[in-house]
Design a protein around this ligand. Structure first.
Ligand code: TZP
Ligand code: MG
Length: 214
């Protein structure tokens, strides 16, 4: 059965934060965000593990699915719900051997060939991007636009996550092109009011969900 993801997936990238990860994660959870990935490219392993543990523990009672970037070992030990890997990390099946079958594994792809390979794996979702230009990722792959989403949507039932340079203004078009979910970093974390910005995405993309909660 394909994984059903919330329409908004927040990339909690430590490099985009002025204050602590845990505070930001709490504010986002309170705003209704239900899927968060922790991305920290500079922390030492032990620090990454400790912060991941804190986030996992805090987010669980809020019903937020918590994913750790890059590191299945850290994700598993921290009790996260899954891991997100890229083309230079352990591959999907190696990742599975570490994290097990019960947890969620997502993999980033940047072109049709990579997407087709990911389809043949046990990945629960496949991310596609960068959809638009982004300065969050160092040395990003070339922008793929919504064209790649339209091309890959008919190829699989797996959940597709669009990533890179997504803004509130572009989000509906990205979903319309075939993504199940938009992964957003800077447009939310760098907003004057990140919780409000996140809520705007949810209202826009999950109006039924909003109606049920007001
Ligand atoms: N890959 C491309 S962009 C990105 C990753 C992991 C992080 C989020 O990017 P943005 O552009 O800040 O939403
Ligand atoms: Mg990675």
């Amino acid at each position: 059965m394909p994984l059903v993801l919330p329409k908004l997936y927040v990339i909690l990238d430590a490099a985009l934060l002025a204050s602590s990860e845990i505070e930001m994660a709490r504010r986002l959870a309170d705003a209704g965000v239900r899927l968060i990935q922790y991305r920290n490219k500079t922390a030492a392993t032990r620090e990454l593990f400790q912060r991941s543990c804190e986030l996992s523990k805090m987010l669980k009672p809020h019903g937020v699915r918590f994913i750790v970037n890059d590191r299945p070992d850290v994700a598993y030990l921290a009790g996260a719900d899954g891991v997100h890997i890229g083309q230079e990390d352990l591959d999907v099946e190696q990742t599975r051997r570490v994290i097990g079958r019960e947890k969620c594994v997502g993999v980033s792809t940047h072109n049709l060939g990579q997407f087709q390979s990911a389809m043949t794996t046990s990945a629960d979702y496949v991310a596609v991007g960068p959809i638009h230009s982004t300065s969050t990722k160092a040395n990003p792959d070339p922008v793929v636009g919504t064209a790649l989403l339209r091309q890959v949507r008919p190829l699989t039932d797996k959940a597709i996550v669009a990533i890179g340079g997504i803004t509130l203004e572009r989000a509906a078009g990205v979903i319309e092109a075939g993504a199940d979910s938009v992964a957003v970093g800077s447009d939310i974390l760098r907003a004057a009011d990140p919780a409000k910005r996140a809520r705007q995405y949810i209202d826009l993309l999950e109006p039924a969900n909003h109606a049920a909660t007001v």
